[in-house]
Ligand binder design. Structure first.
Ligand SMILES: [Zn+2]
Length: 151
């Protein structure tokens, strides 16, 4: 399910020389995929906002992508609802990764609010096109008011 993403650590393992292997944002920790997606201060801030939006307990912190996606499986709810949450989580992983690349290759630094808005918009378009949510309007989506459609 999760595409293996080659980053500096992988490149180093493959003996491709890099300047350093520290995280672009904090400059302290090693830049592993899990650090980029879940461990860095900015990604933690994105996840926290996403969990608030999804009305999921916000004390939750993920150590990595796999753990985040496994967490969805353990939630209480219908399969339809979990599918929605899973889609949002995958969109979150993707957008945090994308923003990391924008920083590296375009020197563009996006705020966590900006990233969260993109996640809402991307998952909205994706779900509208295929799930039971094709009648949902944007305002309801941003409030994550879907329980009458997806129990
Ligand atoms: Zn970092």
């Amino acid at each position: 399910m999760i595409v293996r993403i080659p980053i500096k650590k992988e490149l180093i393992r493959r003996r491709i020389p890099m300047n350093n292997q520290l995280c672009l944002r904090c400059g302290i920790q090693e830049e592993t995929v899990d650090h980029v997606i879940c461990g860095s201060t900015s990604s933690k801030s994105v996840w926290k906002k996403i969990l608030v939006w999804l009305k999921i307990p916000t004390s939750t912190e993920f150590c990595g992508c796999r753990e985040a996606l496994e967490y969805v499986n353990d939630l209480t709810g219908s399969n339809e609802w979990k599918k929605v949450i899973r889609t949002v989580f995958q969109t979150t992983v993707w957008n945090i990764w994308k923003s990391r690349n924008e920083k590296e290759f375009e020197d563009k630094l996006r705020t966590s609010n900006d990233i969260v808005e993109t996640i809402m918009a991307d998952s909205f378009i994706w779900l509208k096109s295929r799930a039971k949510l094709n009648d949902i309007v944007w305002v309801r989506w941003t409030d994550f008011n879907i329980r009458d459609l997806v129990s």
